[in-house]
Ligand binder design. Structure first.
Ligand SMILES: O=C(O)c1cc(C(=O)O)c2c(n1)C(=O)C(=O)c1cc(C(=O)O)[nH]c1-2
Length: 265
């Protein structure tokens, strides 16, 4: 029971736009094929993986990604708030604990702060958001706002970029220590921690998608949602490329000062 209209509901269907539904395996394959657009292929990410990034570029990425990290639990809390099903909430709530921590377990945000220190930044610097580029902020905010407004099942589908995340975490664990001996190994805990968490998360997200998207229109909608999320991740790196690789941070043509803001509350 939800008051938010979603094309995932069959009653919202327009029969004229219906094509044949993919079977479960073919739909899973169509979702997986979206991996071709994952940010693992973005030049900024490729440069980091191949050892071509400067310390400033790595630090810029860590500081900007921190904004993603701190918004993920708010996104998951929004999804929980929109979800009327207790059994789903009981599983989904683990994501909040993964990032925020519980009892003596520090959680993902804490692990990301450790990564920040490992690359030579202070915790205060990350929390201040002074390095967060407007383009990164807008992309992350778009994700949070989408999940706030969406049917929880659409929110769940938007997390499915995590299908492709274990590979990217694994690749960082393998390549970064070789290329960047200046990074303190304590910083890699986040990536190690996410390997299993992401696999468990996608089992749940995929289950939701495969169970619910059983007709053509719902399947197309799910693919569109996944593409939207891929766009979020890609756009974040586009903004970082401009600022840290091409030397074109916001307002670079009018001032040498950093003109960043913390967004509008
Ligand atoms: O480092 C990455 O490339 C990467 C990507 C993604 C993703 O694909 O959205 C996530 C994460 N990391 C991650 O650490 C994480 O906790 C996470 C949660 C989610 C989500 O959408 O709920 N995505 C991601």
């Amino acid at each position: 029971m939800t008051s938010i209209a979603s094309p995932l509901d069959s009653k919202q269907m327009d029969s004229k736009q219906n094509g044949p539904a993919l079977d479960r395996d073919a739909f899973r394959a169509a979702l997986m094929a979206k991996g071709a657009y994952y940010h693992i292929h973005h030049p900024y990410q490729v440069d980091m993986a191949q050892g071509r990034s400067t310390p400033e570029q790595i630090r810029g990425w860590v500081a900007n990604r921190f904004y993603y990290q701190i918004n993920i639990p708010q996104k998951d809390a929004a999804l929980l708030a929109n979800c009327p099903d207790a059994a789903t909430r009981r599983r989904w709530v683990q994501r909040l604990l993964d990032h925020d921590g519980y009892q003596e377990n520090g959680g993902g945000i804490e692990a990301w702060l450790t990564l920040g220190e490992a690359v030579g930044m202070t915790r205060e610097e990350l929390w201040s958001q002074e390095h967060v580029l407007p383009g990164v902020r807008f992309a992350v905010d778009a994700y949070l706002n989408f999940v706030r407004r969406a049917d929880w099942r659409e929110g769940a589908i938007s997390s499915l970029t995590e299908l492709f995340a274990p590979e990217i975490h694994q690749s960082r664990l393998e390549s970064w220590p070789q290329h960047y001996p200046w990074i303190d190994a304590a910083g890699y805990g986040y990536f190690r921690k996410r390997l299993n968490e992401a696999r468990r998360d996608v089992d749940h997200g995929l289950e939701v998608a495969l169970d619910i998207c059983t007709n053509y229109q719902a399947q197309q909608r799910a693919l569109d949602i996944l593409q939207f999320k891929l766009d979020v991740l890609w756009s974040m790196l586009d903004a970082m490329s401009m600022a840290y690789q091409l030397g074109r941070p916001p307002y670079h043509s009018v001032t040498d000062e950093r003109v960043y803001h913390r967004g509008l509350a």
